[in-house]
Design a protein around this ligand. Structure first.
Ligand code: 1HN
Length: 356
């Protein structure tokens, strides 16, 4: 959009002004009108590029890391996604980080906690588990698991399992941008599991039921695992009942069962079902999202660029980027997992959406 209009900065350079800029620069100051149009764009302009990372390309390199580093030395054995538009920070898009973590049977990584919130989306392998504040959670394919900020957590794979790969999602770039990040290694390196295995699923995982007397506590969901089978069943039932919109298909948010709100204060997550042959209408909204194809195959058009995806591929939609998703199959549905920064965008009153 034009900046040469009333209300925008449009001062022409002169030798006198250049001398003036040089003088105030020596005092660590600047003239706002030289930067105003850049720091106040007419509308959001993400520096993150729309990107897709193909799992079949990355997977061999993720597995190679098994022989190259140990969890003991690496802390976490992860290949993370780099957005070429974001040399400044380890962001996949916006202020969100994502990576692929791999572990062999019998391995575990030391317990730690940090100010960042984290999640896992389980991609392949048997026997993975995570322990969050003493709650051991077993991890199955396409399960979505929370590690709320400030909780002690550690991950491992049972000796009888297979090599496991999962996607990590974190708000590290955001928390670092806010300069509020603390990290601690657990004093004993390992936690004691203090509760029955998968107890948060037993307590909070029933559909639309939770224990009498339980009031919302803490800022994150008390349910640590959202399993694939009931998630997929809910999506199919919703779609069969005519649920969904042209812009999103059948899109359902994972919720904190005690509040109905987002699962964590800074990271939201959702699962989206595209019916056979469905192509959603293009729209754009504020907020950044990292997607993983959980089932099926298709393509997304993001700011005019087409990205083909199949199961396990990861792609990102930057804030305010126009996007639509299409299921390439005429017979099978396609399902997209996503996590996003919508809890932050909404809490700050910054959400905006429009059809394009
Ligand atoms: C982290 O704590 C994990 O717990 C994985 O497995 C990836 C990336 C940056 C910061 C913390 C984990 C991470 C991380």
């Amino acid at each position: 959009m034009q900046d040469n209009v009333e209300g925008r900065a449009r001062v022409e350079d002169t030798p006198e002004l250049q001398a003036y800029y040089a003088d105030i620069a020596k005092l660590d100051a600047g003239a706002l009108w030289t930067v105003a149009n850049v720091i106040e764009p007419w509308e959001p302009k993400s520096t993150s590029l729309p990107m897709l990372w193909r799992y079949q390309d990355l997977r061999p390199h993720v597995l190679r890391a098994l022989d190259l580093v140990t969890p003991e030395r690496a802390g976490r054995r992860v290949v993370y996604m780099v957005n070429p538009g974001r040399g400044d920070t380890a962001a996949a898009v916006g202020w969100l980080y994502t990576g692929l973590q791999v572990m062999n049977p019998g391995e575990s990584a030391s317990a730690h906690r940090h100010s960042t919130s984290a999640l896992r989306f389980i991609m392949e392998g048997e026997g993975a588990y995570t322990i969050v504040d003493g709650h051991k959670v077993t991890l199955g394919r396409n399960d979505f698991v929370l590690t709320p900020n400030g909780t002690w957590h550690e991950h491992g794979v049972e000796a009888g399992g297979t090599a496991c790969i999962w996607q990590d999602g974190l708000d590290i770039p955001l928390v670092n941008a806010l300069e509020a990040n603390f990290f601690q290694v657990h004093p004993g390196l390992r936690q004691n599991t203090a509760f029955p295995v998968d107890d948060t699923s037993a307590t909070y995982g029933a559909p639309a039921l939770h224990p009498v007397g339980d009031l919302p506590h803490g800022k994150a969901s008390p349910l640590l695992k959202y399993e694939w089978a009931p998630t997929y069943a809910a999506l199919c039932a919703y779609a069969a009942a005519g649920g969904g919109t042209p812009a999103d298909g059948a899109l359902m948010r994972y919720v904190n069962p005690l509040t109905g709100g987002h699962v964590m204060p800074t990271i939201g997550a959702a699962m989206q079902r595209l019916a056979p042959g469905q192509h959603t209408s293009a729209h754009r909204h504020t907020g950044s999202a990292v997607y993983q194809c959980a089932k099926g195959a298709g393509f997304s058009i993001i700011d005019g660029k087409c990205f083909d995806w199949q199961e396990r591929d990861i792609f990102v939609v930057p804030s305010w980027a126009t996007h639509s998703h299409a299921n390439a199959s005429a017979t099978d549905d396609a399902v997209l997992f996503q996590f996003n920064d919508l809890p932050v965008i909404e809490a700050l009153g910054l959400y905006r959406e429009e059809g394009v």
